[in-house]
Design a protein around this ligand. Structure first.
Ligand SMILES: C[S@@+](CC[C@H](N)C(=O)[O-])C[C@H]1O[C@@H](n2cnc3c(N)ncnc32)[C@H](O)[C@@H]1O
Length: 465
């Protein structure tokens, strides 16, 4: 053994997995030193090869099993072992829920130091599969092969359309079905994949920066089943219109096909130009009483059915009175704003994506809700310009959590209450620690928006001291 570290890189150690971490890995311990083990579950006893070693932790992968955990179940998806889309299909949904609640509780006490915070048991999603209304698939010029495919010499290796291999940015596993989306969306995935290969529409290479096809984003409304197909390419191409026409003719639920052009090197599905190829530029989906317009580049909760549970939790914790004012930070298409506007004097949403702000205004207009306003731009630049005092701040930042300056602005504004909606318990815990200067953390309610994955959503209620 090394003096400083209890493990050495590339060595194999027999380890007992005792817990699960945010990020999905199993947790094993050598005294206090943590080894994160990919694809391992509590109760596994495994021989682990160390692939990364740091001062306070190491990462390893399973070389072989001494004993398999009794919690293991057979994952229904045949791509599970190599695909980064789902991490916990080998764990029953019931157990996923228990570990998610525990991860939130551990994150809050470890990162924010708040030991007595009330963490409620997570609210389960009605659907554990086929629940996503949006999937973003990547094209790649090299296919990552599953063990099965490695043996099949007839398989073409220079085209993939699918999801990332866990922890990689350039390795894509080719999929013909994804159990998180509808079968109809999987049929569209297969059709686009076949068409691109037959017509020599080459994937864009992340190293070569050559090639056309970058992403296929499929959105399907939970409410009326209409579908938007967004093909993201590096440039315009005449064949894309032919593809769109064929898609439209074949799949009756498609009501929108757009081509977003992203000619920049950054591998993102948001284009600098959007070309409408069929139908309209948005689809509709419904949460609670509202039918929302959603464009290709606008944020919308991906588990529509469970979004209602999420927003009802926000409403409950908001405890709004009719004379109260609200800031809805990171407001997306204005979904939470519209919900809250029914009970408040005035709601102001802050959102950086222009198309989301446009959708938010359209959505407000559709329901003749005139006590809402939306401010486009970075939330950092706009909050301090709001002269009026505010009673409630709802904040729903992306995974990175809030910028410290945003937290400072909230602390300066001193709303009586804050409802913090988070999709990352670790950054939420960091922000709660800062807010704790002036706020009591009343309660944290985890809500499962993402079954089969390690992702966790939480709603936290804070009150001014
Ligand atoms: C997790 S989503 C929440 C959306 C909305 N509350 C909902 O429930 O649909 C986060 C939103 O923050 C927006 N966003 C990200 N960074 C931002 C920033 N710096 N300023 C304002 N909005 C930002 C994103 O475009 C996205 O719409």
């Amino acid at each position: 053994m090394n003096n400083e570290y209890p493990v050495k890189k590339n060595q194999i150690y027999p380890l007992e997995v005792v817990d699960l971490a945010f990020g999905g890995q199993g947790v094993a311990k050598i005294e206090d030193y943590v080894v994160f083990v990919r694809r391992a579950l509590p109760g596994d006893n495994v021989n682990v090869k160390i692939v990364k070693r740091k001062k306070s932790y190491a990462e390893g992968r399973i070389e072989s099993f001494n004993k398999r955990s009794e919690q293991r179940i057979d994952p229904p998806c045949r791509f599970f072992e190599s695909c980064g889309g789902c991490t916990w299909q080998n764990l029953s949904y019931e157990n996923q829920l228990l570990y998610k609640t525990k991860i939130v509780s551990d994150s809050v006490s470890r990162i924010s130091g708040l030991k007595d915070t009330v963490i409620k048991p997570i609210l389960a999603s009605e659907q554990a599969f086929f629940y996503r209304n949006k999937m973003e698939f990547s094209f790649a010029e090299k296919k990552w092969l599953t063990l099965e495919e490695l043996e099949d010499k007839s398989i073409s290796k220079d085209f993939a359309l699918g999801l990332h291999v866990p922890g990689t940015f350039d390795k894509i596993i080719h999929l013909d079905k994804c159990l998180l989306q509808s079968d109809e969306a999987s049929a569209i995935l297969n059709f686009v994949s076949g068409y691109a290969q037959e017509n020599n529409l080459k994937p864009y290479g992340l190293r070569s920066h050559q090639g056309l096809m970058r992403f296929l984003v499929i959105r399907q409304s939970h409410y009326n089943k209409e579908i938007m197909v967004n093909i993201v390419t590096s440039a315009k191409h005449e064949k894309l219109q032919v593809l769109a026409d064929e898609l439209k003719a074949r799949f009756k639920n498609i009501s929108s096909i757009v081509n977003n052009i992203n000619s920049r090197k950054a591998q993102i599905a948001v284009g600098e130009e959007e070309i409408l190829q069929a139908g309209k530029t948005w689809i509709e989906d419904k949460i609670g009483p509202f039918v929302f317009n959603i464009s290709a580049n606008s944020f919308f909760q991906t588990n529509t059915a469970q979004a209602e549970t999420l927003y009802n939790t926000v409403i409950k914790y908001a405890e709004l009175k009719p004379n109260e004012t609200v800031w809805d930070l990171y407001s997306g298409t204005g979904t939470i704003s519209l919900y809250l506007a029914q009970q408040a004097a005035k709601v102001t949403g802050f959102e950086i994506t222009q198309s989301s702000v446009e959708n938010a205004f359209e959505n407000a207009k559709k329901y003749k809700i005139d006590n809402v306003d939306f401010i486009a731009g970075d939330v950092i630049d706009n909050m301090d310009a709001m002269a009026d005092k505010v009673d409630l701040v709802v904040t729903d930042p992306p995974r990175a959590g809030m910028h410290e300056k945003v937290v400072e602005s909230i602390l300066r504004a001193e709303p009586k209450k804050i409802v913090y909606v988070s999709c990352n318990p670790t950054t939420m815990a960091r922000d709660l620690k800062l807010l704790e200067k002036k706020y009591v953390i009343d309660v944290v309610q985890p809500v499962d928006m993402f079954p089969q994955t390690y992702h966790i959503e939480c709603v936290t209620r804070l009150s001014l001291r």
